[in-house]
Design a protein around this ligand. Structure first.
Ligand code: COI
Length: 361
């Protein structure tokens, strides 16, 4: 399918991009494609960024039939634009679609849509290291109907935001609050896909953590409220003695692409890495004894975010004296080195963006 392109009448210049609040500034164009049950996906197009008109009974507004992805485009030190593992995001988008009864998109078309849109708005990719263009593809049920059933109409949209660090702390350690009152996901639920409803259900706990002065929530498993699962917007890693440990994917944890990259990178760097269940008691005791020397979150938006303080059951423990540890720094440098083209990409994770219009001639 050909992607139609309708450009803005005037060229819009990016604003000064020094201090960007995450996800508040959008580029001048967006991608949109429609689905109707009798036509399938059709009319892929890039259009000037605009509001979307919705039927008040649109299924997404009532029953949260919506999924999304998050990935980034980086302006490299060599002037090239790189995407990081975009096909993995597209594959996860389709896994999320399957779980929420949303029709899948053609992966080749989705990648072409990403590349076309980013190329058109490439002047909006910030050039400073640490900044990037955050890419948000999403699909939602748009049929106006109040019965609880899968929508017969959908929109697939991609929007772009120039961004700097996700957390105000930047690469400085964040603090996390462990809740055993609320849960994010449960066996058989949607915790392992990127469904909008997962995030809606997390807001209450997140707000309570913020009121108490913590940056993020650390979720425990829903059954025993004992095993660590993930942080609000990231997967979580612990460095215990000489092993890098992250919770194994039990079905209620999001299989993060940065998480997977780190596990592979750890092995490449000669570290012992493992996925296993890890109890909150082991984390707290390890922090107290010093066996746990580092903790950090991983995610596309957050990249690598060191954790300096954990609160659990009335007690606060420091990790690595509340400071960024050497391992988090080493991973951060390696990962961003690949993304900004400073390090040879032995993993073939990056895709260099080329002019999609020239390719199709
Ligand atoms: C990402 O890291 O891309 C995410 O999707 C987290 C987010 C909800 C900001």
């Amino acid at each position: 399918m050909e992607i139609e392109v309708h450009l803005c009448a005037d060229k819009v210049k990016p604003p000064a991009l020094d201090k960007l609040a995450f996800g508040k500034v959008f580029t001048p164009h967006m991608f949109i494609m429609d689905y109707e049950a009798n036509r399938g996906w059709h009319s892929p197009r890039v259009i000037p960024f605009r509001k979307i008109e919705l039927h008040p009974a649109a299924i997404v507004l009532h029953y949260s039939q919506t999924i999304f992805e998050g990935l980034k485009a980086y302006h490299g030190v060599d002037g090239k634009i790189r995407l990081f593992r975009p096909w993995d995001n597209i594959a996860r988008l389709n896994r999320s679609a399957e779980r929420l009864c949303i029709p899948k998109v053609d992966p080749d078309l989705a990648l072409k849509a990403l590349k076309t849109l980013i190329w058109i708005d490439r002047d909006w990719i910030p050039k400073e290291k640490g900044s990037a263009l955050y890419i948000r593809p999403f699909i939602f049920g748009s049929e106006g109907a109040l019965g609880v059933k899968p929508s017969s109409e959908y929109l697939f949209v991609i929007i772009l935001c120039p961004v700097s660090a996700y957390y105000e702390e930047g690469f400085n350690p964040i603090s996390i609050y462990v809740t055993d009152r609320y849960v994010r996901a449960f066996p058989g639920g949607t915790g392992d896909v990127k469904a909008g409803g997962n995030y809606a259900a997390s807001l209450k706990a997140q707000e309570e953590a913020k009121t108490l002065g913590y940056t993020q929530i650390l979720w425990l498993d829903a059954v025993e409220r004992k095993y660590v699962e993930e942080v609000g917007t990231m997967n979580i890693f612990f460095y215990i003695e000489d092993k890098l440990v992250t919770p194994e994917l039990t079905g209620s944890i999001l299989p993060g692409i940065t998480r997977d990259s780190l596990l592979k990178l750890a092995t490449h760097l000669g570290l012992k890495a493992m996925e296993r269940r890890i109890s909150i008691d082991e984390v707290i005791e390890g922090a107290k004894s010093g066996a746990l020397s580092e903790c950090f979150g991983t995610g596309t938006a957050a990249v690598i975010s060191p954790v300096g303080k954990i609160y659990y059951k009335g007690e606060e423990v420091l990790i690595n004296n509340g400071e960024t540890g050497p391992l988090a720094k080493r991973f951060f440098d390696y990962l961003t080195g690949l993304q900004y083209g400073e390090i040879d990409d032995e993993f073939q994770w990056t895709v260099v963006l080329e002019d999609p219009f020239r390719q199709s001639q």
